[in-house]
Design a protein around this ligand. Sequence first.
Ligand SMILES: [Zn+2]
Length: 269
Amino acid sequence: MPELPEVETTVRGLAPVLEGQRIEHVLLNRADLRRPFPVDLGQRLTGAAVTGLSRRAKYGLIDTDRGDTLIFHLGMSGRWRIDPAELGKHDHVVIETARHRLALNDPRRFGSIDLVPTAELGSWPAFKALGPEPLSEDFTAAHLVDAFRDRIAPVKALLLDQRVVAGLGNIYVCEALFLSGIAPTKPAGSIARAKLEKLVASVREVLEAAIRAGGSTLRDYARPDGELGYFAKEWRVYGREGAPCSCGRPVQRRVDSGRSTFYCGKCQR
Ligand SMILES: [Zn+2]
């Protein structure tokens, strides 16, 4: 399932292909993914030039010179294919420029495509209440001190709360808590500021490592039938229940409301 680093990698992979290019054709092979496409999607995109690409949380943003931003979400199984040799049945949205053909492929169809006036992005429902981007300068220990003050909820639950920090998923939260030596169940408000400094650095570290791994995978994909997909990563605790932690103790797993947490009971306090 695509997480923030996959979306970031996708945006970085699409940027050189799309930036400055005019969209000549838009082909919609169905009317919806998780929700209906905007009814005028093809009309508003056709003829528009792409002025820039970026990411917010787990959404990719494609700005056009018509004042619209196409917002894509990869859902559970979405990926963009660049210049596929032929289109497949899961290529639901196809965008053509003079040089390239891009297909949004999504077998499980939990992804989404929206088109929003760029000036209104800040008030778009999914963006309105989002906390800071974890890779931005706004994500600091001071921010976490404020967000965690007097909170007795487990730190892990608050890190997964998109109002506290945008776009962090289960894998990266487990890994960042391990790197910073914080028990996932620790009441957020009880964590010392020095530990929060370490946590902020750890969140950045795990995300940046995954983006770097994605970047190298991306080069492997830079073939005529290139796809922007996902990359496997060696995790320190995630998915490693029973395997030895670097301290020698087995990695533990607990399940809360259906979601697994992996951690080391010795290294994380
Ligand atoms: Zn350990």
